[in-house]
Design a protein around this ligand. Structure first.
Ligand SMILES: Nc1ncnc2c1ncn2[C@@H]1O[C@H](COP(=O)(O)OP(=O)(O)OP(=O)(O)O)[C@@H](O)[C@H]1O
Length: 226
């Protein structure tokens, strides 16, 4: 079986007027369909940069990334990106927030709307679809943000510390809920976090430790946790 996502010899350097920051240095990673992989590392080691490269927001300085055997470029990718903040728009209802990606991509079809209704019902947000985001709990907001991301049926979900803005209790329950949704929807996901507890609490197949001994040098070490 070939990997859904393949990262080969990936390096990334930020160029600024003050100089170069070598952020990722010869990274290799294979992600198979259905994997839930956590990437753990301290602040500044390049976790978000890695997700930006996979999502096509940045282009590798060296090496390449293939998704479903095609080379990634900014037009071809179908990745869903979930950030630390849910970025729900307060002036839209929960339903209209969830539809946003479909609207922008001109994909508001009968089929996609039925899919959204099913997700809202299954994950306890259907009765709240006409509420404003501020009327939801932190965990519900994260679920709404996830459904907005799932609406576009991404090949792979990229989760950038999606629980870090939540209080501890909410974080535990939201983490469980989001993990369950991703598993039930049979999605492939990459979670980046600096919190090893976040990484372990999900039933991911394997985790990777992204760490650095000196600033600007990052390396990837595979460590099986299950
Ligand atoms: N736009 C940029 N221009 C220059 N350097 C940058 C830029 N973005 C990030 N960096 C640098 O690249 C390195 C990696 O940053 P990145 O945000 O990927 O780390 P991270 O592991 O996600 O950190 P955190 O957990 O704090 O979000 C850091 O040294 C950072 O200062």
């Amino acid at each position: 079986m070939s990997p859904l996502l393949k990262i080969e010899d990936l390096s990334y350097i930020y160029h600024t007027p003050k100089g170069e920051t070598k952020t990722l240095d010869h990274i290799y990673l294979d992600v198979y369909k259905g994997d839930f992989i956590s990437i753990v590392g301290p602040s500044g080691c390049g976790k978000s940069t890695l997700l930006s490269l996979i999502s096509g927001l940045l282009e590798p300085s060296h090496g390449h990334i293939t998704l479903d055997t095609s080379l990634l470029n900014s037009e071809s990718h179908n990745t869903g990106y979930m950030l630390q903040k849910d970025h729900l728009f307060e002036w839209r209802t929960v339903y209209r927030n969830v539809l946003l990606g479909l609207e922008i991509n001109n994909q508001l079809t009968h089929e996609s709307l039925t899919y959204i209704d099913g997700l809202l019902k299954q994950y306890g947000l259907y009765d709240f679809r006409n509420y404003k985001p501020s009327q939801l709990s932190g965990g519900m907001r994260q679920r709404a943000a996830l459904i907005r991301t799932l609406a576009l049926k991404p090949d792979i979900l990229l989760l950038d510390e999606p629980f870090s803005a939540l209080d501890y209790q909410t974080r535990l329950s939201a983490g469980d809920e989001i993990g369950t949704i991703i598993k039930q929807e049979n999605k492939t996901a990459l979670l980046v976090t600096h919190d090893i507890a976040d990484a372990i609490c999900h039933e991911q197949k394997s985790s990777f430790m992204l760490s650095h001994s000196i600033p600007c040098l990052a390396y990837l070490k595979r460590s099986y946790l299950t």
